[in-house]
Design a protein around this ligand. Structure first.
Ligand code: DAH
Length: 357
């Protein structure tokens, strides 16, 4: 037994890694290890011999096990020390002068408009990008065979074969968040919902994924005049000018009645986009008084409550404000473009400090 003890404690002391320790454990105190074999011999001994050998074998087993765990802990500590010696970082080094990352114009514009609408009393609501057919269409008074569905160039999600439920869609606008917010919060409600939306469309001013911000204000006494005021205040604050020329055009949306589209005066000279001057108009938003059916779909009584809604293209706002002519470049991840049009990461837009510096 002394030989066994000397042999295994020696091996354990010499072991340089955890795998070696495991091999020693199996050979010494494993089910078929040397100590177990010795224990089997107890049966052949006289009771007197057994009384001495039994406890001694158990003590040996315990001793080997403790030596194994102590050595294992020592190996783990040594490995950690080794890593700490090799992986160090001098946190007192100065930061690099060149900006490493920057804020994308869409994120910047989103922060800016969130700050403006917060000041006007609107809070931020969100909804899923993979939306039910009902929230994206039906609840917004766009039934199955309505032509607006075809006009939207919708991306449909896959359904398993034999599953005849209407497929989910990549939301084609942020308007379904109106429904989800009314369902959740009831009335009165004053929210904006910024986020990504999807349509199969691609040219200088259209990309398959783009961004909108939805606005919704429902209460007992809200009128079209409130809508016009809010939009004018917003546009002036966003473009940081005292006056912008807006054109309210009578229009049609299934979810509003009456409806208006709003254009902003701009020019496109030599690929340079400027707002507030020139003979062109760029459509930036759709709006109107929320259709009673939509209010009812949100679980609110349209005989008591009414209000306005609007949907603004965030990317287009950013293009106009920052003179970016091609929308497609927004999503190319071209570092030169991002460095040129990006914003410093630590400048948070707010109305007092300035939206964009
Ligand atoms: N959902 C419309 C679209 O994507 C935009 C829109 C128009 C939103 C009128 C509204 C609204 O809330 O009232 O084209």
């Amino acid at each position: 037994m002394d030989d066994l003890k000397a042999k295994y404690l020696g091996q354990i002391a010499d072991a340089g890694e955890e795998n070696a320790l495991e091999a020693i454990r199996v050979a010494a105190v494993g089910k078929k290890g040397e100590v177990a074999l010795k224990m089997r011999e107890l049966g052949k001994m006289t009771p007197e011999e057994r009384q001495v050998a039994g406890p001694a074998l158990n003590a040996l087993k315990d001793e080997i096990n403790s030596a194994l765990s102590a050595k294992k802990a020592a190996l783990v500590d040594a490995a950690l020390d080794e890593r700490l010696r090799n992986e160090w970082l001098d946190v007192t080094l100065p930061t690099r002068a060149r900006r490493q990352g920057s804020i994308h114009p869409v994120s910047q514009a989103t922060e800016e408009l969130t700050a403006i609408f917060a000041e006007l009393g609107f809070s931020v609501a969100e909804g899923p990008r993979i939306e039910t057919d009902w929230h994206n269409f039906d609840a917004l008074n766009i039934p199955s065979h309505h032509p607006a569905r075809a006009e939207m160039d919708t991306f449909y999600m896959h359904r398993a074969e034999g599953d005849n439920r209407p497929p989910h869609v990549l939301r084609t606008h942020t308007s379904p968040v109106q429904i989800r917010s009314m369902e959740k919060q009831g009335a009165p409600i004053r929210i904006i919902c910024p986020g990504g939306v999807y349509r199969a469309d691609y040219d200088q001013t259209h990309t398959p994924m783009f961004h909108q911000v939805e606005g919704l204000a429902i209460d007992k006494d809200i009128s079209m005049a409130n809508l016009k005021w809010v939009l004018e205040e917003f546009v002036k604050a966003f473009f940081e000018v005292d006056d912008v020329e807006l054109r309210f055009r009578a229009s049609h949306f299934p979810f509003t009645e009456p409806s208006a589209e709003v254009d902003i005066r701009c020019s496109w000279d030599n690929g340079q986009l400027k707002i507030g001057e020139g003979d062109d108009w760029m459509e930036i938003l759709g709006s109107g008084m929320v259709h009673p059916k939509v209010i009812a779909a949100g679980g609110i009584d349209p005989d008591v409550y009414q209000g306005f809604a609007f949907g603004i293209g965030i990317d287009r706002l950013a293009m106009l404000k920052y003179g970016i002519p091609d929308l497609r470049a927004f999503f190319d991840s071209d570092l030169r473009w991002l460095r040129h049009y990006g914003f410093a990461a630590l400048d948070m837009p707010n109305l007092h400090g300035g939206l964009s510096r």
